[in-house]
Design a binder for this molecule. Structure first.
Ligand code: HDD
Length: 696
């Protein structure tokens, strides 16, 4: 297993790992001689009740399942480490942020929200980004998402929101999809959802990879330093690989070609030693500036524009070790927003307050009782010492005769400490007991507009298409109409275009004028970092392929930690043009262009002629083109487009390398054409390409 071992958490887990190398036994350790035949009365007779091995084996199997998470059921996780760039003692008493010499083990779980545990990885959905820091002062959980705001302002609505989002109760349709009447009915009834719906309809909802997602703590939290001074803080995770997405048509197809697309990508990258990294950043707001914004810092449907409060980078997260067992670790990991350490505290955000109840509550059901913190993945590396006792599956053997405080008989143990303790932030609160929301939470549209204004043209185009797709799936025209009415407060032009796409009346007049403000940091457009680690590039090949060209490309991309895979018209050995052999990594039949980032076709003539006869190969190139991917057609490879819907699109194949619509056409695989193709791959996708007419 690749990865970084021997941090404090890893050492602790070592005691729990088991390899089943001993001969087969029952759960009580009794050796078993035969596990294929139950004990019967005669070879053809009934099975006997006294066959404890059969009964135990089947009973255990019958009890293997636990309730899946009510939301975020589908996920993937990994271990890693977090190191701050510098000590932040002036801001927070948190030890794990106290010095660049402190490295803290972490477990991170990424997830989709709506789908069941067995659903696909690439629906249009929010992605969870939950980080458990095993700090020396106890576990700290930062349970965030890949979008910086949330659907609702008060946790009391969460059950309603989730009921609306999840499959409908009478027929459990649709699975893992927001495109249905009940969600959009909820949205129509709750304008506070509009800002988040803009994010959900943007490409953020279909990340290319967990490694290429931003993460956000969403709420405003509070740093508290040793003197008890508080500072408001918003948390941001920024991926070193940039923030990149799939396109919607591709995302839908990936669900069939590889439902484990994001999970596999995370796993494989860690196994290959290409460890995903994020930078943690914070936006800090002095308490004195609490009311300096035109929104409420306690409102989780709002973000703090980075142009107003810059993000200060404070540390680095690296994921470097896959779990040993999915169920034991990724399934049983229990996050909880109230798992905080000294130096980090809450605010009165009503969504956060509800979460602080919900997460503990859900783990009690999901993990079967109050001892879930003793499950290996959840166990802190900090010592645990208290009078909590008993309960189902108690694993500790507490010694001594006293389990209460205060006691004198047990020497007063465990005593309360004076130092390193969690002290709740001293905040003066006063108010009527009242079910009412602050008027400062009342603006539901301005930031939705801000987000819309901040997008690049292609992002806006995708967002429009997403609204049309989703609302177009709603059966009730009244639902479509209501959402359009809300969009008219966000941007009139958008509302009209959505309405036209989904067959409802477009609003005649502008409801709320677009304020024209934007925040460039909200766009994914400029996020490419040039780091293409882990990108998958398909090279299509048949008998007669120019092996030296293929190998040159593979070698060059390997330098960038990107992977050129040879996809053959069949699996195994291909005869090369120069009489050698090139081994295909896979047969084209087992994959599809949608699981690759770019595609290459090189010569020689026989290989290209054979590929040209193969519908799959022609479709592969056309589909990659449709999904805006980088394409290199070199030497005879340029002829692959003949007989595809792309024929005639690149007239006059020139004698020099040239790029048309993100397709590199080159007379040869040489330094120039490879460099040009690399440049195109690094830009992630070529958006200035008209693809709506391409049938693929
Ligand atoms: Fe939640 C899981 C993120 C609001 C109640 N949530 C869960 C997970 C993530 C989030 C990443 C998966 C954790 C894991 O991998 O195990 N949730 C968020 C964010 C929110 C949010 C960023 C808003 C800012 N959640 C939210 C509210 C409530 C919940 C308002 C309830 C009042 N969330 C839950 C839960 C889950 C959960 C029911 C399901 C499984 C679990 O907790 O462990 O308690």
């Amino acid at each position: 297993m690749a990865g970084h071992r021997h941090d404090a958490k890893d050492q602790q887990l070592e005691h729990d790992r088991t390899d089943s190398t001993e001969p087969l036994t029952t759960d009580t350790g009794v050796r078993v001689e035969d596990t294929d035949n139950s004990l019967r009365a005669g070879a053809r007779g009934p099975t006997l009740l006294e066959d404890f091995h059969t009964r135990e084996k089947i009973t255990h199997f019958d009890h293997e399942r636990i309730p899946e998470r009510v939301v975020h059921a589908r996920g993937a996780g990994a271990y890693g480490r977090f190191t701050p760039y510098e000590g932040l003692g002036d801001l927070t008493a948190a030890h794990f942020l106290s010095s660049s010499d402190v490295t803290t083990p972490v477990f991170v779980r990424f997830s989709t929200v709506a789908g069941s545990r067995g659903s696909a990885d690439t629906p249009r959905d929010v992605r969870g980004f939950a980080v458990k820091f095993y700090t020396e002062q106890g576990n700290y959980d930062l349970v965030g998402n890949n979008m910086p705001v949330f659907f609702i302002q008060d946790g009391i609505k969460f059950p309603d929101f989730v009921h609306a989002l999840k499959p409908q109760p009478h027929n459990e349709i649709p699975q893992a999809q927001s495109a249905h009447d009940t969600l959009w009915d909820f949205v129509g009834m709750q304008p506070e959802t509009m800002h988040m719906m803009m994010w959900l309809m943007s490409d953020r909802a279909i990340p290319r990879s967990y490694r290429m997602m931003q993460g956000f703590g969403v709420h405003t939290f509070r740093f508290v330093n040793a003197e008890g001074r508080g500072t408001f803080v918003k948390f941001h995770w920024k991926p070193l690989l940039g923030t990149h997405s799939l396109v919607w048509d591709e995302a839908q197809r990936v669900q069939g070609k590889d439902p484990d697309f994001n999970r596999r990508d995370l796993w494989d990258s860690i196994e290959r030693g290409e460890h995903p990294e994020w930078e943690l950043g914070v936006q800090l707001v002095d308490e004195a500036d609490e009311h300096a914004f035109d929104f409420d810092l306690l409102d989780p449907t709002k973000l703090v524009p980075e142009e107003q409060v810059p993000v200060r980078p404070i540390g680095r997260l690296v994921l470097d070790r896959n779990p040993d067992n999915f169920f034991a670790e990724t399934e049983q990991v229990a996050f909880h927003t109230a798992n905080v350490v000294p130096g980090i505290d809450f605010t009165n955000d009503p969504l956060l307050q509800a979460r602080n109840f919900s997460y503990l509550d859900t783990q009690l059901l999901r993990l079967g009782g109050p001892n879930f913190q003793q499950i290996p993945v959840n166990r802190p590396v900090a010592p645990v010492s208290n009078n909590q006792r008993d309960g189902f599956a108690q694993h500790r053997v507490h010694r001594g005769g006293t389990s209460y405080a205060q006691n004198s008989l047990g020497g007063g143990c465990p005593v309360t400490a004076g130092e390193g303790v969690f002290r709740h932030y001293t905040e003066r609160v006063a108010g009527e007991k009242i079910r009412e929301r602050s008027a400062s939470f009342g603006d539901h549209y301005s930031q939705a507009t801000l987000f819309y204004n901040s997008l690049a043209d292609w992002e806006r185009e995708h967002l429009l298409e997403a609204f049309r797709f989703e609302l177009g799936k709603c059966e009730e025209l009244s639902v479509r109409q209501k959402v359009v009415a809300h969009l008219n407060h966000v941007d009139h032009g958008l509302a009209v275009e959505v309405a036209e796409g989904v067959g409802v009346a477009a609003p005649d007049t502008e409801e709320t004028p677009n304020h024209g403000r934007s925040s460039p940091a909200l766009s994914q457009d400029n996020s490419a970092t040039g780091d293409i680690t882990g990108r998958q590039i398909a090279l299509l090949a048949a008998d007669g392929v120019d092996a030296s060209d293929a190998e040159a490309l593979r070698a060059r991309f390997a330098e960038e930690h990107a992977h050129v895979e040879y996809l053959g018209t069949r699996d195994g050995a291909l005869h090369t043009r120069d009489g050698g052999v090139l081994t295909a990594n896979r047969s084209m039949k087992t994959v599809g262009s949608v699981v690759y980032d770019a595609v290459i076709v090189v010569g020689g003539p026989d290989s290209v002629a054979e590929l040209g006869k193969d519908g799959l190969a022609r479709h592969f190139v056309t589909e990659a083109f449709k999904h805006h991917k980088a394409v290199l057609l070199a030497a005879d490879g340029r002829r692959i487009v003949e007989g595809t819907p792309l024929a005639g699109r690149f007239p006059g194949a020139a004698e020099t390398t040239r790029t048309t619509e993100g397709v590199v056409l080159a007379p040869a695989v040489d330094d120039e054409s490879v460099a040009e193709f690399l440049r195109i791959v690094k830009s992630h996708r070529h958006w200035d390409r008209e693809t709506s007419s391409v049938p693929a």
